[in-house]
Design a protein around this ligand. Structure first.
Ligand code: SF4
Ligand code: SF4
Length: 450
């Protein structure tokens, strides 16, 4: 079985993003193989831990995958301030005589955005709405590399290592079966129910879990990397409660057209046509009878927005929500079937180097500085819940199809849902137990069968 077949069988998907099936991404030849270990958002701890702890395994796997991709350069990109992680990786590279370069990045947001990283490492710019492969690059997250290392040894994806950060005494690292409930983890972290808010992911692009019910229903998936715990009345929690209508109203009445949202937008700065100030300027006529050409002219640039959030969480002096407005009009462009031409060869705009947003400034702006911990978690706490709920859709593409029924006994590593036809991924049980529920949403497994 070749390496992509093994990766497909093991159900590996991108660990650091939306969950793109990895066997599809690696079915290519590339000039650069770039490993993303930049830990993009503030307060996330997981890439650092993986680099420190599994440096040898990462280097060995990257070296063999680079050969598989026929890559001329294999590069591990991480922040230059990650001194002990760089030392661990450098030692592993030396001792294995691996042909891998370490690229040290500045500490800015969004250093871990795939397209920004490609530019930083190669100087090339990915076309609008394009892929790194369009400029000869394959980019994988460091967590994905470790899942591939397991897949090569015929071990499927069953568990996830994630951090719990924010309003906790010090950051915690857990290893749990896929499908473990978020509430179970927070209980284990000693947090009392009803006293906190949670963001699934980082503060910029993570999903805010609204209310106790959403926290109760949330589970760890193949793409979960961090849970950010915050006081319920934190600025980020309050901001997330604003409705789209309210944000649009604020935009129409308070935007001063200063252009800061556009001038500091990282995608705009690498040459893409993203102009949130134009979207904001035109909001007043979004609901009028604009013909398709006018609508495209007013709002089409939103399609090139990657939702990094800098415009609304950092740039806007009025506290407005250009990212959310971009998201909104993107949906409207799609439902109206309006196509927007792509620039296939964008070039970087002047000032990019000076307009990178320092992570420390962003952290302060978000009201998170007091949660920055200098206590580095060294140990992962392994937990085994009594039950888990495994979603069938944890990846881009079609949901997986259940292959078990109520009452079946499964072991850790049993295939519980097979990849659907087309783009999809296999899903395995992370625990031994009895299947107690199979729905369109997912599969519940209980240790005791109750
Ligand atoms: S969210 Fe804002 S800053 Fe980020 S890409 Fe979109 S428009 Fe640019
Ligand atoms: S930064 Fe804020 S006020 Fe300035 S143009 Fe953008 S949305 Fe309007």
């Amino acid at each position: 079985m070749d390496v992509t077949e093994k990766i497909k069988k093991a159900g590996v998907v991108g660990a650091g993003g939306a969950g793109f099936p990895t066997h599809v991404k690696l079915n290519a030849k590339a000039e650069y193989f770039i490993i993303n270990a930049a830990e993009c958002e503030p307060l996330i701890e997981i890439d650092k831990y993986l680099c420190r702890t599994y440096a040898d395994r990462i280097v060995k796997t990257v070296d063999s995958l680079a050969k598989f991709l026929q890559a001329e350069q294999a590069v591990i990109a991480l922040k230059g301030k990650y001194k002990s992680e760089i030392a661990a990786l450098s030692n592993a590279i030396r001792s294995q005589h691996a042909d891998i370069r370490i690229h040290q990045m500045d500490t800015f947001y969004p250093a871990g955005d795939e397209q920004i990283m490609v530019h930083e490492v190669t100087g090339r710019v990915v076309p609008e709405r394009g892929l790194p492969l369009d400029v000869g690059c394959v980019v994988d997250n460091v967590g994905t590399i470790l899942a591939i290392a397991d897949a090569i040894e015929d071990k499927p994806v069953t568990d996830k290592i994630l951090s719990v950060t924010g309003d906790v005494e010090h950051p915690l690292l857990f290893q749990v079966p896929i499908g473990t409930s978020v509430r179970f983890l927070l209980d284990q972290a000693g947090l009392s129910r009803g006293t906190y808010g949670v963001i699934n992911g980082g503060p910029m692009m993570g999903k805010v879990l609204h209310g106790e019910n959403e926290i109760d229903e949330a589970v760890v998936t193949k793409t979960t990397g961090n849970l950010l715990v915050l006081p319920k009345d934190h600025y980020l929690m309050k901001r997330s409660a604003l409705s789209v209508n309210r944000m649009a109203h604020q935009g129409r009445s308070a935007c001063i057209q200063c252009r800061m949202c556009t001038d500091l937008c990282p995608r705009y700065l690498i040459g893409h046509d993203v102009q949130p100030h134009l979207v904001m300027r035109n909001l007043y006529r979004e609901n009028t009878d604009l013909d398709r050409e006018e609508y495209k002219k007013a709002f089409g640039s939103a399609l090139n927005c990657c939702s990094c959030g800098i415009c609304e969480m950092f740039s806007c002096p009025m506290g407005l929500s250009p990212r959310k407005m971009n998201d909104y009009v993107k949906g409207r462009l799609r439902t109206q079937g309006i196509q927007v031409e792509k620039n296939h060869s964008p070039s970087v705009r002047d000032g990019w180097e000076h307009k990178k947003i320092p992570t420390s400034r962003l952290t302060a702006r978000l009201g998170l500085s007091k949660y920055v911990s200098h206590e580095v978690p060294d140990d992962v706490v392994q937990l085994q819940p009594d039950c888990c709920f495994i979603p069938l859709s944890q990846h881009i593409g079609k949901p997986a199809v259940p292959v078990v029924e109520n009452g079946n006994r499964v072991e850790k590593g049993t295939l519980v849902a097979g990849a659907a036809e087309g783009l999809s991924a296999n899903i395995y049980s992370g625990m031994t137990g009895i299947v107690t529920e199979v729905t369109k949403r997912g599969i519940r497994i209980s240790r005791k069968g109750d």
